[in-house]
Design a protein. Structure first.
Length: 249
């Protein structure tokens, strides 16, 4: 094992990951593709634990299990900011192994752009808020689809409030029999999303209401309940911002 400080890059995929460990001279000490098995990854890195400066994991859609697991096992971890990663220089061909080495290389040079690792204990609430946003977008899509369906078959354009108040029975006034099932499914899907959004908002309100930062935000004109929750949960730990200007940007 090298006596130099080591740097680990992990290129994470849906069902496997490539681990690369480099020394201070950019020499590859270890390099292998592993299954997405936390115990196996930790078992490999344990051999280099005392020399590891940090492990870098790119901010992919599925990083939670790996980053949280490594941190729980006592490894220093950096979350690479995917959108800000510098491009490769001098390489005509790249693959998963070169990607992992590149992450470790940037860490060694001290130029790795990092993302914020949202605290595990609060992440579920933040992700629930993001689920609400997805549901709102999907509800809007069903709303527009129903509005368009009625306009195509009746020549009438119902307002947003009319669509919201529409019942299954009233669809027969606007749609031919052959298209009623289409309309009913769309209307029922929209109603289900109304209920789901309401349930999510209730849970968010229950968890966020007691927080002092949320209460302070509610005093600002124009910051309603949902916007206040969004600011609180997307901000995370305010101390991670070096100044008010950094936070505002």
């Amino acid at each position: 094992m090298s006596s130099l400080q080591l740097y680990c890059g992990i290129d994470l995929h849906s069902n496997n990951n490539v681990v690369a460990v480099l020394d201070e001279n950019d020499r590859t000490i270890y390099e292998k593709r592993l299954p997405n098995d936390l115990a196996m990854v930790i078992g490999v890195l344990n051999d280099y634990r005392t020399e590891l400066a940090a492990c870098v994991v790119e901010s992919t859609y599925n990083w939670y299990w790996l980053v949280d697991g490594l941190m729980a096992a006592g490894f220093p971890v950096r979350l690479a900011h995917t959108g800000a990663l510098p491009a490769y220089s001098g390489l005509k061909y790249t693959n998963d192994f070169s990607d992992a080495r590149h992450l470790a290389h940037l860490l060694r040079l001290g130029i790795l752009p990092t993302g914020y690792i949202y605290p595990l204990g609060e992440r579920a609430v933040r992700d629930l808020l993001r689920r609400r946003l997805l549901l709102v977008r999907q509800r809007t899509l069903h709303h527009i689809c129903l509005q368009s369906l009625i306009a195509r078959h009746s020549g009438q354009r119902l307002s947003a409030n009319q669509i919201k108040a529409l019942t299954l029975a009233q669809l027969t006034d606007y749609l031919p029999t052959a298209f009623l099932l289409n309309g009913r499914i769309t209307l029922q899907a929209r109603a289900w999303m109304d209920a789901a959004i309401h349930r999510v908002e209730q849970e968010l309100q229950h968890q966020i209401q007691p927080r002092e930062d949320f209460q302070l935000l509610q005093r600002i004109p124009g910051v309603d309940r949902v916007l206040g929750m969004t600011i609180v949960l997307e901000t995370g730990t305010i101390e991670r911002f070096a100044s008010p200007g950094k936070y505002a940007s």
